[in-house]
Each structure stands twice: as C-alpha cells, then as structure tokens.
Design a protein around this ligand. Structure first.
Ligand SMILES: Cc1cc2nc3c(=O)[nH]c(=O)nc-3n(C[C@H](O)[C@H](O)[C@H](O)COP(=O)(O)OP(=O)(O)OC[C@H]3O[C@@H](n4cnc5c(N)ncnc54)[C@H](O)[C@@H]3O)c2cc1C
Length: 406
C-alpha cells in the first residue's frame, strides 16, 4: 500500500505550491478588498479579471481539473485519488486556490455526477462548461423545515405535469448559489412519495434563471455571509423544467448521492488538513517570536503539549485520509464508504481543535482581522456539519464495527 507522493504527482505538488504562494495568495487580498458592502453577491470587473487571469494561467501550466481521474473525459490529469489528495492539501492553504485549479466544491461533486450519470445532452449543456471553468453550479438538498442529515426527510416536491417537472419547496445553505456565475443547480426532490424509501427522490437539473427560483436570503456562518459565493436560502415556487432534466432517471436520487460524496469528502478532508498545517505554522511562529513571563509563549504552561498534539493529530488525520483515498482507488466506493465516514467524523474535528489552539496561543489577535485564524476556524467548524454531521458518520462506523458481533 503506497500512500506517498508518486513521481508523477511530486512536480505537480511543487508547481501548485509555487502558484499558490506567488500568484494566488497575493491576489486574494485584492479580491477580498473588492467585496462590496452594497453588492456583496456581485463580482466586480476587477474580481472577474483576477479569477480569469489566474484560471487561464493555471490551465496553461496544466494545473487544471486534477480531481478528474478519467482524463479522456475532459482534460484531467488522470491522477489517482491518493495523488489528488496531496494536491488538495496544498489547495487548503488558500481560499481561492481550489477554484483557480477548477477543483472547487460543489462543482467537482456535480461534475462527477454528470460524468457518471448524465445523459449526452446534459453533459454537453452543463458538464462541458463546468470542465472549462466557464460556469459554476450548486447542489441543493438541505431544507429548513426538516432534519436534512437524514436525506429520506427531503420534502421539496418534483411533480410530473404536462411533460415537465414542477418543483416546489425551500432549500437552505446552498453553497455557491449566490455567485452570479452559478448557472445550474442539482436539486434533490421528492418525486415518488409512495415508492420504496430509497427510490422516492430524484436529482433534477434546474438552471438558476428558471422562473420560480428565488434567493430568499444569504445564510450566515458565525455572522458572516461568505460573499461573493455564499450559502443561500432558496425558494422554488412552481419552478418548471423539462422532464429530461432528471439525472439518470426518476427515483435514483439516493443512489447518486452515495456516489457523489465519496471522493468529495476526501477532497474536503485533505484541504482541511492543509488548513491545519497553516494554523500550526502560525502557532509555531507566533509562539517563538512573542514572549511573556520571560519565556517564548510556545514554551509556557501547556503550550508545548498543544503544539505536539497538533503535530501528532495532523499526521494521523493525513494518514487516515490517504488510506481512505487508497481504498477508493483500489477497492471502490462501496468498500471505501466506511473509511470515508471515518475521516468525515474525525478530520474536521481535529482541524477545528488545532485552529482553536492556534487562536488561543495568539491571544486576542487570533480572533481578529489581523490573522486568518478566525476565518479558518469558521470554515473548519462548518465542515463538522457540511455533507452530514460528525454523528451521522460515527453511526456508520459504529454499525460497521458492531456488525461482526451481531
Ligand atoms: C457552510 C455550509 C455549507 C453548506 N452547503 C450545503 C450545500 O451546498 N448544499 C446542501 O444541500 N446543504 C449544504 N449545507 C447544509 C448541510 O449539509 C446540513 O446542514 C447538514 O447535512 C445537516 O443537516 P441539518 O442542518 O438539517 O441538521 P439536522 O439534520 O437537523 O441535524 C442536527 C443535529 O442533529 C444531530 N444528529 C443528526 N443525526 C444524528 C445521528 N444519526 N446521530 C446522532 N446525532 C445526530 C447532529 O448533532 C446534527 O448536527 C451546508 C451547511 C453549511 C453550514
């Protein structure tokens, strides 16, 4: 079992690291400064220019669609999940990097769905521009009115009427739906309420400009709206799309969801590990350069233990995630499922703890706008809920562990 960097991916990791340090991180400051009070979910000309320039430069260097393990499908590098995981860790250090390399959620998950389950027509209309980075997309499952960690609760209806799907309901926390480039959503809808439990839902492609699709409000995370992409509360009022907008066929929504989130959770976890490495780096620098009670802060009280714990926990989290990636590559998603739940239940919690300790070691500055730690904390903390809360994944692991004893 080789979890290390292959000869093929090592130069890509170095190229991605240099590109992030030299081009993306300096541009990020200007990009963020452009987020405007009045028009938070519009991209300014300058922001569009920054993204376009970075994306075309990345693409020219071949740093594009790394997540795409089938190169013939549209210009991916044909990497394994283990190889891609190393790149995702690098991307975790920067807020814009994943998008610049066309490896950002939820687009990657949506592209995977279209690649695996989409019709030729759906691929031509939506997959191709997504692979080119020309449009963005959203995935709309969670609802304000029901506990959405249990997908069987999803109650937005999709009713077949006069050769169309008519969609009614509300969705919440829909990432990317505020981005003006978001052209399409995959909507999880209840289409067959009387069918078997796992065949009641379908996934339907809904262009964002469909009449009856309304952005109710941007949802906040710890008081911030994550503009310009955002996490939107949406309302569907008789939003009508043609019948051929259903993906893979009626009643297959559950099946598609299972396939969609597997590799995506590895991507999320490795990016989160990149975030934890950044927090540890900040913690070490600050801990050694600042002095209290005549000692560097790193050596005061429980801080050496905190730093050691962070080092150990990050290394363990990385190994578990790479092992999960290896399971996907070698044994397929069905076998890897329990591994995916192990990392999803563990890595975001580890990363949140490391960032929390880094904040503590920084004192008030750790909570302020002068370091990135507060923003990093929000992202990591949200990850303990996004794509299914810790507990749901722990339940999968518990079931698998107890199974042999039944
Ligand atoms: C920043 C952000 C971005 C998001 N992006 C998207 C998106 O793009 N698309 C989308 O559809 N959704 C998105 N979500 C929503 C997210 O996926 C859901 O919030 C999540 O699946 C949980 O659903 P819920 O909020 O309805 O919680 P609920 O289902 O109400 O669960 C609440 C709590 O109940 C407990 N619980 C639930 N099940 C169990 C169990 N089996 N055992 C023990 N305890 C349990 C857990 O503590 C859980 O946190 C996003 C959320 C955030 C914060």
């Amino acid at each position: 079992m080789n979890l290390g960097m292959s000869d093929r991916v090592r130069p890509l990791v170095a190229a991605v690291r240099d590109f992030i340090d030299e081009r993306i991180i300096p541009a990020e400051r200007t990009f963020r400064a452009e987020i405007n009070d009045g028009k938070r979910f519009e991209l300014s000309d300058k922001q569009r220019q920054i993204l376009d320039d970075l994306k075309s430069a990345a693409r020219k260097q071949g740093l594009w669609n790394f997540w795409l393990t089938e190169p013939e499908a549209g210009g991916g590098a044909g990497l394994s999940t283990v190889e891609y995981a190393w790149l995702a860790e690098e991307m975790g250090r920067s807020q814009l990097a994943a998008e610049v390399f066309n490896c950002n959620a939820p687009d990657t998950g949506n592209m995977e769905v279209l690649l695996r389950y989409g019709s030729d027509q759906q691929k031509a209309r939506w997959l191709q521009p997504l692979l080119e980075g020309q449009i963005r997309s959203a995935f709309a499952m969670t609802e304000p009115g029901v506990a959405s960690s249990d997908a069987s609760n999803i109650s937005t209806t999709g009713i077949e009427r006069d050769g169309s799907w008519v969609i009614n309901g509300e969705k919440t926390y829909i990432t990317g739906a505020g981005d003006p480039r978001c052209a399409v959503m995959i909507v999880m809808a209840l289409t067959d309420p009387d069918g078997p439990k796992r065949q009641r839902h379908s996934q339907i492609l809904v262009p964002t400009d469909t009449p009856g699709v309304e952005i109710v409000r941007p949802m906040e995370v710890f008081g911030t709206d994550d503009a310009p992409s955002g996490h939107m509360h949406l309302r569907f009022s008789d939003a009508t799309v043609p019948l051929d907008h259903v993906i893979a066929g009626r009643g297959r929504g559950f099946e598609i969801s299972q396939g969609r989130l597997g590799p995506g959770r590895v991507h999320h976890c490795m990016r989160a590990i990149g975030l934890a490495e950044k927090a540890l780096d900040l913690m070490c620098r600050r801990g050694l350069e600042r002095t209290a009670f005549r000692k560097p802060i790193a050596w005061l009280g429980g801080n050496p233990e905190r730093i050691a714990r962070a080092r150990i926990d990050i290394d363990m989290a990385r190994l578990l995630t790479l092992r999960t990636a290896w399971e996907i590559d070698n044994n397929g998603l069905d076998v890897a499922r329990v591994w995916i739940s192990k990392i999803k239940a563990n890595v975001p919690a580890v990363v949140t703890r490391v960032i929390d300790d880094a904040i503590q070691l920084h004192g008030a500055a750790g909570l302020s706008q002068d370091t990135e730690l507060a923003t990093m904390y929000m992202a990591a903390r949200a990850l303990r809920i996004v794509d299914g809360p810790d507990e749901v994944h722990a339940m999968v692991v518990a079931r698998d562990t107890l199974n042999p004893y039944r």
